[in-house]
Design a protein around this ligand. Sequence first.
Ligand SMILES: C=C1C[C@]23C[C@@]1(O)CC[C@H]2[C@@]12CC[C@H](O)[C@@](C)(C(=O)O1)[C@H]2[C@@H]3C(=O)O
Ligand SMILES: O=C(O)CCC(=O)C(=O)O
Ligand SMILES: [Fe+2]
Length: 352
Amino acid sequence: MVVASPTQIHSEKLLAIELPTIDLSGDRSVVSSLIVKACDEYGFFKVKNHGVPHDIIAKMEKEGFNFFAKPFEEKQKAEMAKPFGYGCKNIGFRGDTGEVEYLLLSTNPLSIAERSETISNDPANFRQEPKLEKAKETHSALSAYIEAVRELACELLDLLAEGLWVPDRSVFSRLIRDVDSDSIIRLNHYPPMPMLCKDKELCEDKDSSPCNQNKVGFGEHSDPQILTILRSNDVGGLQISLNDGAWVPVTPDPATFCINVGDLLQAMTNGRFVSVRHKALTNSHKSRMSMAYFAAPPPNARITVPPEMISPTKPALYKPFTWAEFKKTAFALRLGDSRLGLFRMECDEQVA
Ligand SMILES: C=C1C[C@]23C[C@@]1(O)CC[C@H]2[C@@]12CC[C@H](O)[C@@](C)(C(=O)O1)[C@H]2[C@@H]3C(=O)O
Ligand SMILES: O=C(O)CCC(=O)C(=O)O
Ligand SMILES: [Fe+2]
């Protein structure tokens, strides 16, 4: 991975990174090589003309904002079976916390149908009928969004296979199209966090009051799945880690989706693409909401590398494993821990 000299928007201080924005309506062979280049260089890129209809995104975003605007007690009713449902500040099972509240949902159609009523549940609606109507709306917004982003994920994975010259073009997307795919969706809401600077002398941004520093909403991590399709409102917060350890903000752009390589895609490309660490900070005065679709294989799917990506000079980097095995290990670790390292050929540590 190169990620050495991103476009600097500000001359002295690196303020934001201009990730490559790939126009998916372009010539297919050009698009596929641009995607491979972006994955090689950044592990992160944006896509425009992505085919996800604007009204589907808008309805989903509205459902998200409506849900997070409810009183805390109401949101807690959507807590459901861990890890799915509503969560506030606690991330995962190992004590990680952040200034974030979220909804984590399985994309399985049955599970979406069951969850819609709890998510849309409106205490102001005492009559049963409007409640059901609202649940139907939530259900249709969620299902339409999931279907559209799944299509986008599959299209990107097919383009990736083409760009990598892998003869079996659906080698990656097949895993996401499988009825047993373990893909999930996450809505993150970062409430505004005004920061009062205790020490104006030490503060770099002396001019602004309250202090313009940001709290960690979602701590540093890599995504464990194959590919993440992320979108946020126009409030910044996402930062990615460069090779040299510097953190750079990604400019928010609601017209695009931000795509990133997950741990499994790193393994399936024999380490060619890197699952880049990222985090999200809160904004001091605006609400940020992001919606992430994590494209994952079925639990029993064996994570393998297309034979074309292994050679005597590039021997297999990772031990064979299933997604269920990887998940078991991943979810027993802290948010910021490296997971894939435990599956490297030379690693003798016990893999759970
Ligand atoms: C601490 C954790 C939270 C997480 C599961 C994990 O054990 C390590 C990976 C975390 C992550 C990051 C990307 C997604 O937001 C997520 C849902 C996932 O699949 O892996 C979260 C997990 C979570 O919040 O439960
Ligand atoms: O909110 C964001 O922009 C990032 C969220 C994220 O990284 C995640 O949910 O895994
Ligand atoms: Fe993430």
